[in-house]
Ligand binder design. Structure first.
Ligand SMILES: [Cu+2]
Length: 464
């Protein structure tokens, strides 16, 4: 066995040995993942990062975990299906379903161990990109060339945006206490977080990051996912009733494998505490909602209602899956749709489906993102109340997930509208006989193509 692989697999074996009892868990984790601007202050660490990425990108055998492409393919392949020998370890990432967080934590753990080995620096740990503090692409990723004129291995040419705008705080609301996606615990942190900030960042960086099959090609993927992983730790660390699924829940029975021999396998219960994986983060605080912070008033550029309506509410209620509105497109202006359905006609399990979704040629480049809101009031909304109106996030990343799930080429993107309206009713937010859906856009401020369609939809369906 290759020495590097031995080091990596023996750390996994040590981990497996300590997974059922705690005495082997070190008192203080060996590895501290730092914020990328702190990390960038250390030339030694930056050099290790670049050396490791360069070596992995140059490694020719993509079926070997020492290659960059191996890990890109573990997340999802750019095209095609895995050959039989790799079918157990490629195309594995779960999105828009449970295990999003736990799979990516295990993925980061094994990738980081390999990158550390390939970097030649035994102290290396991945940095995280805290876009709540630094909403620009980190400098060490942004420059095509290093000062000596050689290519920067952390630079990736296929990116469309560089500024991260429109991040909200809804995933950190004290109202989100449950983690899993069991229907009985539908208002989950994991589900909200996967949209915003996770999907939002994929879309705003854009280019290869903007679609699942290409995302892990870009080195920025790893520092983004480190921050997503950190935000899970921070959310748990914040207490206040925030919790994992109940002990004994079948959720804990799942495990994930990252090499073909099966020796790099971690179960859910191995990864719920990062101390057992021998790492922590330099900052475990949740992003702070600014005191008195408000989300700015969203200026509605286009409003569709009335004649747009294709079916009456009564008819919509009569069928399991009914058309509630016709075709529309989204560009880089905020759109509001009004659907004349009374909130009382929508049960808590109702989902709104964007049916027949397509990306336009420009839309396929990404670099833009939408936040969806239900019944968003006119005027400004306090940041800590945004969760009351949040329906989810939309962009090319979510599209690419649902394109892989499409039946007969029909891409459908679903949102839990019944849950949101039920929460609004419980909070005493007056429902009306109309439901409004706001697609608040965040686009590249450099762009002047504000009326160029990015996404198109055949119809809106309501499934009760
Ligand atoms: Cu991701």
């Amino acid at each position: 066995m290759n020495r590097r692989l031995f080091v990596l697999s023996s750390s996994a074996a040590a981990l497996a040995a300590c997974s059922s009892s705690s005495p082997l868990v070190p008192a203080a984790p060996t590895f501290v993942r730092q914020e990328v601007t702190e990390f960038a202050a250390s030339p030694v660490l930056v050099k290790a990062f670049r050396d490791g990425v360069r070596a992995m990108m140059a490694f020719p055998d993509i079926t070997d975990p020492r290659s960059w492409q191996y890990w890109h393919n573990s997340h999802w392949m750019a095209t095609g299906m895995p050959p039989a020998a790799m079918a157990s370890v490629w195309n594995q990432c779960p999105h828009r379903k449970p295990y999003f967080y736990v799979w990516h934590r295990a993925f980061l753990f094994f990738f980081e161990a390999m990158l550390r080995s390939m970097s030649g620096n035994a102290n290396f740990a991945l940095p995280y990109w805290n876009y709540y503090k630094h909403p620009q692409l980190p400098d060490i990723f942004a420059q095509p060339l290093l000062t000596d004129g050689t290519p920067n291995p952390l630079y990736w040419p296929v990116r469309e945006g560089s500024l991260v705008t429109g991040l909200s705080y809804e995933a950190f609301s004290p109202a989100l206490t449950a983690f899993n996606r069991d229907p009985a615990n539908a208002d989950t942190f994991e589900q909200v977080m996967e949209g915003n900030p996770h999907g939002h960042i994929h879309d705003m960086v854009g280019g290869d990051m903007g679609e699942v099959p290409t995302a892990a090609a870009d080195p920025i993927f790893w520092v983004h996912h480190c921050n997503v992983d950190r935000l899970w730790s921070a959310w748990m660390n914040a207490g206040g009733g925030r919790r994992l699924p109940n002990a004994g829940d079948r959720w804990f029975n799942k495990s994930f494998t990252f090499n073909t021999s099966g020796s790099w396998t971690l179960g859910v219960s191995d990864v719920t505490d990062t101390a057992r994986l021998n790492y922590t983060y330099s900052d475990l605080a949740l992003p702070a909602i600014p005191a008195g912070g408000v989300i700015p008033e969203i200026s509605i550029a286009r409003h569709l209602n009335g004649h747009y309506m294709q079916a009456e509410g009564a008819q919509a209620q009569a069928q399991a899956q009914s058309q509630v509105a016709g075709s529309f497109s989204l560009d880089l202006q905020t759109l509001q749709l009004t659907i004349p359905l009374a909130a009382s006609q929508i049960d808590a399990a109702a989902i709104l489906i964007l049916d027949g979704a397509q990306l336009t040629g420009t839309g396929g480049l990404s670099g833009y993102s939408y936040n969806l809101y239900v019944n968003l009031p006119n005027g400004t909304t306090p940041d800590n109340e945004e969760i009351d109106f949040d329906l989810g996030q939309l962009g090319s990343y979510v599209y690419s997930i649902e394109a892989m799930n499409a039946v007969a080429g029909n891409v459908q993107i679903a949102y839990p509208i019944g849950r949101v309206i039920a929460q609004q009713l419980a909070a005493g937010l007056a429902p009306s006989t109309n439901v409004t859906i706001t697609f608040a856009v965040f686009g590249d401020p450099q762009s002047d193509a504000s009326s160029t369609p990015m996404m198109q939809f055949r119809q809106l369906l309501l499934q009760g």
